[in-house]
Design a protein around this ligand. Sequence first.
Ligand SMILES: *Cc1c(COP(=O)(O)O)cnc(C)c1O
Length: 236
Amino acid sequence: MPADTDVEANLLAVRERVAAACQAAGRAPGEVEILLATKTVPADRVAAAVRAGARLMGENRVQELTEKDVELADLPCERHFIGHLQSNKVNQVLRYVSCIQSLDTVQIADRLQRRLETLGRTLDVLVQVNTSGEDSKFGVSAPEAPGLLREIAERDRLRLRGLMTIGLPSSDVETARPSYRTLREIQERVLDEHGIDLPELSMGMSGDLELAIAEGATMVRVGSAVFGHRPPPPGD
Ligand SMILES: *Cc1c(COP(=O)(O)O)cnc(C)c1O
């Protein structure tokens, strides 16, 4: 694993890639935010990224949100949840995050709505769409997405901000393009047909953020390009 100084240098390199991709796509550099995917990354290295100027962190597991909280609580960063959310973890997740990017069922939306009513607050959410159609992926299917989005838009504690997807994993960067295009098509369709405005498109990772930016991403989620390669995921 690279040392903290590398985190800073790597973050700078990712910022430069984002800026270059925005320029190539004829977009303003400020249109795309970088969220760091921090799964398996120890809290001190996440903190180093915050000191280097990173402001958005994404965690996949509730346990890691909890474990890193003490070290991150006083730092100027926002935490998002980007992993699969189980309904029995909803209350816990709400303690730590300002946005859930992986909402994909009306059941979870209802649990969030009820809990947020109790807490007297609101929450930003993105709906995760399974644009690659793989069985192994979470997320609502593309055909079912408009229906789910309409349901979620009716829940007043949820501030529906946009869509998230994980493209088809492959060594060939081009493979994800149809997935990213599908996400943007859903965005356009629900605006045209249902008047639901979804400004955020969270898509693109370390290997293909340029492609995602060309296809309209407003947020890229970057892990290994900043923190180095991860050990294989622990069995949950
Ligand atoms: C790990 C992860 C990323 C980042 O992947 P890298 O290839 O390491 O950049 C993005 N999104 C989600 C949901 C992730 O779990």
